[in-house]
Design a protein around this ligand. Sequence first.
Ligand SMILES: [Zn+2]
Ligand SMILES: [Zn+2]
Length: 158
Amino acid sequence: MTSNALLCFCGSQQLYADCCEPFHLKTKQPQTPEQLMRARYSAYAVKNAAFVRDSYAKEKQAENSLSEIKDFATSCRFVNLTVLDSGYDEDTGFVKFKAHYFYQDLYCELAEHSKFIKEDEQWRYLDGEITPVADIKIKRNDTCPCGSNKKYKKCHSV
Ligand SMILES: [Zn+2]
Ligand SMILES: [Zn+2]
């Protein structure tokens, strides 16, 4: 499989090259908060910490260092993203989503209501309310929770 045929990490069922990659390469700007949110998720999945940092609202960039973003991205295996709802007006917007990922041997669900603002004509991520969900500890012989029907040790295990 060439990288051109890679499905996008954000779950859009489009090719990465037609979906989030142009945002990561900065050849296109996200036109909606949902596009930006998907691009941020994909950026975590491809460990593009600079994109994640630069797409925070300016006031948040200082508290989200590149090294922290990179550490989080490299310690997780991202499974899927589900956008539940989104909307926007002139210069504010929101996205409700769920993301699943593995952190070490924990299967984690992140449910978040994210807020976005427009700065310099670009959508940026401001902050979000996270709904805590219990992380599930996975054993090597368990069926992988990603939906592959494989054992965890043959699937998402490190
Ligand atoms: Zn995408
Ligand atoms: Zn798996």
